[in-house]
Design a protein around this ligand. Structure first.
Ligand code: SAH
Length: 362
């Protein structure tokens, strides 16, 4: 029986150099292979013509470049395209392509399902199965690049899953997004969105300089405990300083706070005032996200006037704020509508606190 071959798709520059060292091959051949895979989209070693033929044969024996398979592409009226990707084990995750003038943003998934159980998110209803590998994460960018004919201008880690609960694989994939030999996307254009796993956030600061978005959604602990239950573990007085520390030392950076507008729940002027107090002194942008409904949810979207009044209140206090355009909602590709096909294996809600994998200190 043939031993399973290593998938080179998910290896960073360092990782591929180490793998080539194991094969007694020169590191620059590894770097060339990295370029073939990500810059040129070549997956067949035989076509990598600047790699010595003996080495190509060896690679074909021990390695592979396995790309996830697109099983559905669903275009929305506004140009947004939802793609459904089938993983090796038959489960599905979703990537969303969002064209915007000359820009193109792709929204990438990091887990099969999600363990965090936010009350207003449909991915949460699916439960959690497993982390995506770095190959499955960067594979979404590989596929988008081939489809667009060039790398996307922006990547947001805002698809299915909590990226900080899949720390190492997400960091490796984001390295490849920024890597000169691969996609060369600027750090300011790679955004990780988290619900606030504080120890992982502190660790991220040591290894990555991507942009940070945080799913805040409430200005006080009582309400945030209900909407984003991980708040019971890492409440606002712990979360906000950790976010501030993430960008400290760089005056150009700001935290993007995501705030879903739920009718009658978190959208009053009193909430806006509490939010202003909470964010005092923290370089901030606030993204107001009109709630995207999904079957079985009891929430309603705040009326447009209330969202605008909330935004104006923040603006008067000097907080930059915008209302996120709802994209792709006619195909359930909008924020919080991604569901994939997930075999739930989680035993969530132990003591009401979602179970997430804690990153181990290295
Ligand atoms: N787990 C990460 C990544 C998800 S990003 C995180 O929580 O940040 C997706 C964003 O859409 C998050 O801010 C999420 O809270 C928000 N969202 C989830 N469900 C939504 C819904 N139904 N309508 C609008 N936004 C939603």
């Amino acid at each position: 029986m043939q031993a399973s071959r290593i998938n080179l798709l998910g290896l960073t520059r360092k990782g591929i150099e180490a793998f080539f060292a194991e094969l007694d091959a020169k590191p620059f051949h590894g770097r060339n292979v990295l370029k073939w895979i990500h810059k040129h989209g070549v997956t067949d070693f035989a076509a990598m013509t600047d790699v010595p033929s003996r080495l190509r044969e060896r690679l074909a024996e021990v390695a592979e470049v396995a790309i996830p398979r697109v099983v559905l592409e669903q275009p929305a009226g506004d140009g947004t395209v939802k793609t459904v990707i089938e993983l090796g084990d038959g489960q599905h995750v979703e990537t969303v392509y969002i064209p915007d003038g000359g820009r193109s943003t792709i929204c990438v998934s990091s887990q099969v399902g999600c363990a965090l159980d936010c009350s207003f998110c449909s991915t949460a209803q699916q439960g959690f199965n497993r982390n995506l590998s770095s190959a499955e994460i960067i594979g979404q960018v590989w596929l988008a690049t081939r489809r667009l004919g060039r790398p996307p201008s922006n990547v947001v880690m805002m698809g299915m899953g909590e990226p900080l609960a899949n720390f190492d694989n997400v960091v490796d994939a984001m390295d490849l997004m920024q890597e000169d030999l691969a996609y060369m996307i600027a750090k300011s254009r790679v955004t990780l969105s988290t619900s606030g796993i504080v120890p992982a956030l502190r660790r991220l600061r040591e290894v990555s300089d991507v942009s940070l978005a945080v799913s805040l959604h409430a200005p006080d602990n009582a309400l945030r405990d209900q909407l984003v239950p991980i708040n019971r573990k890492y409440p606002l007085e712990v979360l906000i300083p950790a976010c501030h520390d993430f960008i400290r030392g760089d005056k150009r950076r700001k935290i993007t706070w995501e705030y879903v507008m739920l009718d009658g729940v978190n959208d009053s002027i009193a909430h806006a005032k509490a939010l202003i107090r909470l964010l005092q002194g923290v370089p901030s942008k606030v993204n107001l996200i009109p709630f995207n409904p999904f079957p079985g949810s009891d929430y309603r979207t705040s009326p447009a006037e209330r969202i605008e009044a909330f935004r104006q209140r923040l603006k008067r206090a000097g907080i930059m704020s915008m209302t996120r355009k709802t994209r792709g909602d006619d195909i359930d590709a909008a924020c919080g509508q991604l569901v994939g096909r997930v075999r739930d294996r989680s035993r969530r809600r132990l003591d009401g606190i979602p179970v997430v994998q804690e990153p181990m200190p290295r």
